[in-house]
Design a protein around this ligand. Sequence first.
Ligand code: UTP
Length: 293
Amino acid sequence: MSKQIVRKAVIPAAGLGTRFLPATKAIPKEMIPIVDVPMIQHIVEEAVRSGITDIVLITARNKEAIENHFDFSYELEDTLEKKEKKDLLEISRSIGKMCNLISVRQKMPLGLGHAVLCAAPVIGNEPFAVLLGDDLIDSKVPCTQQLCEIYARENASVVGVMEVPAAEVSKYGIVGGDMLRAGLMHVKRLVEKPAMADAPSRYAIPGRYVLSPSIFECLRNTKPGKGGEIQLTDALQLLAEREKLLAFQFEGTRYDTGDRLGFIDATLAFALRRPDLAAGVREIMKRHLEIRG
Ligand code: UTP
């Protein structure tokens, strides 16, 4: 296996979550559970399994529940201890011990690029991973680990990509460039949410990156783009003009859990593989499908 040199990750979770209203009016989108595990815990677990030790969480007002989730919960844990509920106690404690979590507030939701730039003082001058707080990737080898291995081998920043139907390119940042081998591209051009006719390829960036610290200088030079927001994709274009930038087609299934249907898809997929729930869920689904005809 390649040498692990990426120790820090940024998880931007300061967005408003408008696609999930009213649920997100007072509760962070990232705390909505997939079955019984909050979305953000799946993301942190991926980072930790990939060798990340320090996680910089980009937060905003109303997001304190995320920080509390990764802390110890003395009242709850004391009660579980007294009642000798050892399994539940271990579940709660293990989340508190998972990683070193550093929170940075993004005071205004000025865009994903701006959120990543907020982490600059904590990241310093070393490569780091970025995992979006509402993008779940289910894979044998964690997606971030796949990207870290490419970074170590090629000594270049890398974005995770997946092939999408032409009709969906306008939902993503899209990369274009020269294929080095199957699944690995030298990126020359990036376009945020292009019209179908302007898309340089059908390779979309769902929300996993391993980046050199030069991205911070690129972000400082990035003007507001699509939607008036500072777009990470626009800063990546500047990075691609300065340094080698790769796109790697990762192995795994991606769920957009910030979208209602993506969330239901992930919930069913995760529930159906749980030995304690699978049979019951199948029964419920069968009943609903029969009732609806
Ligand atoms: P999204 O646009 O998917 O998330 O941003 P959102 O803003 O939370 O949700 P909607 O679109 O209004 O429903 C992608 C990621 O970037 C983060 C979000 O938290 C999400 O993880 N983000 C976005 C920030 O941290 N800050 C921002 O200013 C914008």
